[in-house]
Design a protein around this ligand. Sequence first.
Ligand code: SF4
Length: 481
Amino acid sequence: MPAASVFTLPRRARLLPALIARHRDDGFLTPASVEAVARELGIPAAEAWEAARSSHEFRFDAPAGERACAGIACALHPGYRQPELPAGCLFRCYAPPASGDEQPFPAEMVREAGPLLGPTDRTWAGLERARRIGPAAVLDAIEEAGLRGRGGAYFPTARKWRAALRHGTPIALVMNAEEGEPGVFKDRALLCLRPERVVEGLAIAMEALKPAVTIAFINGEADPAAEAFELALADSPIAGQVLLYRGAGGYVLGEETALLNAIEGRRAVPRPRPPLPVDSGLFGMPTVVNNVETLAAVAVILREGAAAFRALGAPEAPGTRILSLSGRVERPGVYEVPLGTPLAEVLDRAGAPAQERAAVLCGGPSGGFLPGGLAAQPVLPGRYHPTGAMLGAGGIVVLEAPGDIRRAALTMAAFNAEQSCGKCTPCREGTPLLLEALGGNPADLAEDLLDAIQLASLCGLGQMATGPVRSALAFWPEVFS
Ligand code: SF4
């Protein structure tokens, strides 16, 4: 396989790496520096500027003061002060309040490990088996295991791979390690502590899909995770075959097509569907985007077999899931549990017993709040409550209610308004209205505004932005009156 290089992709795929390099050198971007990059690459300056402005981690003036986290776990901490330079989340929700650069994920914050987070033997047994049995049998094994994507949508992985393969044309494979949801830090845990398992899963996916290009897209701030992954990759059988790509932020990059636009050097906004990425994704190629945890599960399946994978979890959702727990718990961190485990059991073990657990936020800014007494559902894909709470990417924040609810709901509403990419009107105009009404007079919040945002927004960010607001108002209306 030829060595991976950004030069094998169309020229505009060099835009984001070039902007990131400029940003690192200068500390911020200016119209002149963006124009210079655009000129070098032969891209219209307006398009380069548009791409730069859509990336939330870029600054456009000299930074003044230290960046500190304004995410939910930090905002609830007694030591929290409104930061001079607020960050939506610094992903150290297990040790609030957080400031400065990202740190390696601490091993002691792995509270419960299973096949994904447990130790690796540093062999490539899963990849060797994949090579022995061939692509068709690899796909069968993934299908038999019942693996569903762990990014939050839970789409069957084998079905996604087959959908891309059926075109018979060159495929792009993208590992999504953008992980931009406040309160979720499990991909960072995997990449920092078990990078070999993720690399092996990626290698197996490459074996099955024979992609023309493979990209590992890692959050632009997650340097320790990127370094650990890069080291493991360099020491692996797929060394030199994967193009490393760093992001520049944006919760919307959780939407696959926005991520592909970012790689293509375009404004990082979702594309209308259809076409689906598996039909026409990166530069028009059928494209498979898989989350880090999904790829780690692929490695487990090829090593231990589909039956062993299915032995843990629920029949409709086999395997384990890594939960990120933070907020008012004694033992925050990551918990790898079999799917189907009652959430209340995990919360008890984490030190948030039922009698003290007044509320939980499930699913972050796209999910919703639940009174602690209702947090008894099994850990399974889907909604926990019609007002919004859901498993999503596995972020669980424990709260005191009603004391924390107002601040937590405002933090989520502010995050969604800030992260709206602005492409569609219901989300662009609606999410600031949600924030304004929540902070002022929620009685002004017409049900049809909530419905319009939920039903008419283009992507999940807008469609699910109403969850934290609806659920907070449904369960604790007195807090906002
Ligand atoms: S819903 Fe929001 S984030 Fe999604 S495309 Fe519309 S404006 Fe952008």
